[in-house]
Ligand binder design. Structure first.
Ligand code: KG4
Ligand code: ZN
Length: 335
């Protein structure tokens, strides 16, 4: 069985083919980062226009490698995301599905992130705690089974990725910059800078990053900084974000009495988060953490094709004729 996955929720056009026997066959991505970098952030109107241009080019490329008649069904990101961008992928998926006379399945982008490590690690089993950290979401999820998720904690303001992006912009790094900030932080040394760990002692599992961002912004704005001082700030900021993410994740694992952890979403590419979560899981849970290769952490078509396959196989979902887009679509309200 071959599934074609289409991802257009934000600023990456991703198309992939997943085969139930051979695994991931093709994974094509067109990133719009350079276009939006000029504007210092994503411009939704430009994003949807670019998807419309690039989706056809990518699909052409794919069908040069594989006969389109071999595709058994199509899955696409129906939300959450930017409505114009989602509509390009959804309309394209349904038109292609109609012309090939194959089923079309809308899937949730955050569920796709959450389960993306399963692409590489078949040993991941439900139930598990998921730390979902992307540009727009920071959530701790209790994942009971495919499609059944409880949100244990969430950010009350900025997402972790958003905070990374905003602080790196203040440090003069180019957009999109979570990775650049993290690379700079590697050059940082331990200094007398200590940044707050917001909501550390709150008994709930929620996060807040906007105060930490403002704290960091004030230090940057009130000082003339050389490159080493900037690196030290990046390090202190990254340490604070990683610490608070893991403090709450540890609480969630204890609360549920589980020892399986999956970290997913763009920020899961962060090296310090990976290293510290490895250490935490070994030390406190005699277990391990799962995160995926960097190319599957940020948005991609592979995770959409894979989730489509899982849902089709396990939940027996049949074709949807209606074009579905849900710009807001919470993980605890899936079909
Ligand atoms: O999951 P994603 O591709 O998009 C959303 O669905 O939101 O995540 C993008 C986010 C951006 O905020 C980006 O700066 C962040 O992931 N990111 C990182 C790293 N790589 C990407 N943040 C910290 N460290 C990284 N290495
Ligand atoms: Zn994403």
């Amino acid at each position: 069985m071959k599934v074609l996955g289409i991802e257009t929720s934000c600023d990456d056009t991703g198309i992939a083919i997943y085969d139930d026997v051979k695994g991931l066959l093709i994974n094509e991505l067109y990133s719009q980062k350079k276009i939006h970098a000029k504007h210092g952030g994503i411009v939704p109107e430009l994003a949807s226009r670019e998807h419309a241009k690039k989706i056809v080019i990518l699909i052409d490329k794919i069908f040069q490698k594989i006969d389109m008649k071999e595709i058994d069904f199509i899955s696409y990101t129906a939300g959450p995301g930017l409505v114009g961008s989602l509509l390009v992928g959804a309309t394209f998926a349904h038109s292609l599905g109609f012309s090939l006379n194959i089923p079309v399945l809308p899937v949730n982008h955050m569920e796709a992130h959450l389960l993306s490590p399963m692409l590489e690690f078949k040993s991941i089993k439900f139930p598990f705690i998921g730390l979902l950290v992307s540009g727009k979401h920071t959530q701790i999820i209790a994942a009971y089974k495919l499609g059944k998720y409880e949100i244990l904690g969430t950010s009350v303001d900025d997402a972790a990725g958003e905070a990374f992006d905003k602080v790196s912009k203040l440090l003069g790094l180019k957009y999109p910059n979570g990775k650049e900030l993290s690379d700079l932080a590697e050059k940082g040394v331990k200094s007398n800078l200590y940044f707050p760990r917001p909501m550390k002692n709150h008994c709930n599992l929620n996060f807040s990053f906007s105060g930490l961002k403002t704290f960091t912004a004030n230090i940057i704005k009130n000082n003339i900084l050389d490159i080493q001082e900037k690196a030290n700030i990046a390090k202190a900021f990254e340490d604070a974000v990683v610490d608070i993410l893991l403090i709450k994740t540890k609480k969630a694992l204890y609360q549920k009495g589980w020892s399986n952890l999956v970290i997913a979403g763009g920020v899961s590419a962060n090296k310090k988060l990976r290293k510290k979560s490895d250490i935490m899981m070994k030390k406190y849970f005699n277990s391990t953490v799962f995160y995926t290769s960097s190319k599957f952490c940020t948005d991609n078509g592979a995770m959409i094709a894979y989730l489509g396959f899982l849902r089709y196989k396990n939940l027996n979902k049949s074709s949807f004729l209606n074009i579905l887009v849900k710009p807001k679509w919470s993980l605890d309200s899936l079909l």
